[in-house]
Design a protein around this ligand. Structure first.
Ligand SMILES: N[C@@H](CCC(=O)N[C@@H](CS)C(=O)NCC(=O)O)C(=O)O
Length: 234
């Protein structure tokens, strides 16, 4: 029996934040192969009523939770990955919600429209602003390229893991985004890189690339549109 059951599509995207937290904490999880059935089931038939995955079940207790930031917060709470003070806990949740917003914007709210070269170009200043939001947050808490964490704590917490997941994967899958991050937010880029190279997260990245494909970020047409427009079809 594993520690958790994760319901998420076989792509990195939003589910990877949860996988990264579990991997960092040394927890085991099983990925359900009934994602579509669970997602489409009537609310009164779901373990917790939810609209879209990720959804996580704690196997020992049967506790089920959906909404990526809520899952991250619960795992932070129960796995000792949240800071002590109410202020820092709120800041953590704020950063997780920011990360969720970034990936929604990058995929035009899950593919409601497709990118064109023109619309992507128009979006780049906004993406730079997101990067600066991370950088200024880190700067204000003493983050350096070689050391430190987003809120100045002594060890990585949920905000750091989510930061590493967001920017490392975007940088890996879309080199131009990685380059832009290096320019706009060098401390954030370095933090993401440092954490992504820790054994648990490096292993997750390697396994995920094997499982979902090295070029896969999000699924469906929006994944293809991103590859086409951001990577020039490479
Ligand atoms: N606000 C939710 C969004 C969930 C969501 O949009 N999930 C996507 C995959 S990333 C999905 O498959 N949604 C199906 C749907 O909304 O019908 C979260 O943060 O977890």
């Amino acid at each position: 029996m594993s520690d958790y059951t994760l319901c998420y599509w076989p792509v990195p995207f939003r589910g990877q934040f949860i996988r990264a937290i579990l991997a960092h904490a040394g927890k085991s999880w099983t990925e359900t192969d009934t994602v579509a059935d669970l997602t489409c089931a009537q609310p009164d038939q779901q373990p917790i009523p939810f609209m879209g995955p990720p959804m996580l079940i704690e196997d020992a207790t049967g506790f089920a939770i959906a909404e990526m930031p809520a899952i991250a917060f619960y795992l932070g709470e129960t796995l000792g990955l949240l800071p002590e003070s109410p202020e820092d806990r709120a800041l953590t949740l704020k950063m997780v919600c920011d990360a969720n917003d970034v990936i929604d914007e990058i995929t035009l709210q899950g593919g409601r429209e497709m990118w064109t070269e023109g619309t992507w170009k128009e979006f780049l200043p906004r993406l730079a602003r997101w990067m600066r939001i991370w950088e200024i947050t880190g700067e204000r808490h003493g983050l350096e390229e070689k050391s430190g964490f987003l809120f100045g704590h002594k060890k990585a917490g949920i905000a750091d893991i989510v930061t590493a997941t967001l920017w490392s994967i975007l940088g890996d899958k879309f080199p131009s985004i990685g380059k832009q991050l290096g320019t706009e937010a060098p401390r954030t880029a370095a933090l993401a890189h440092r954490l992504w190279k820790t054994p648990a997260l490096a292993k997750l990245a390697e396994l995920s690339d094997k499982k979902y494909g090295q070029d896969t970020y999000a699924g469906g047409q929006i994944g293809a549109s991103l590859n086409e427009v951001v990577n020039g079809g490479n």
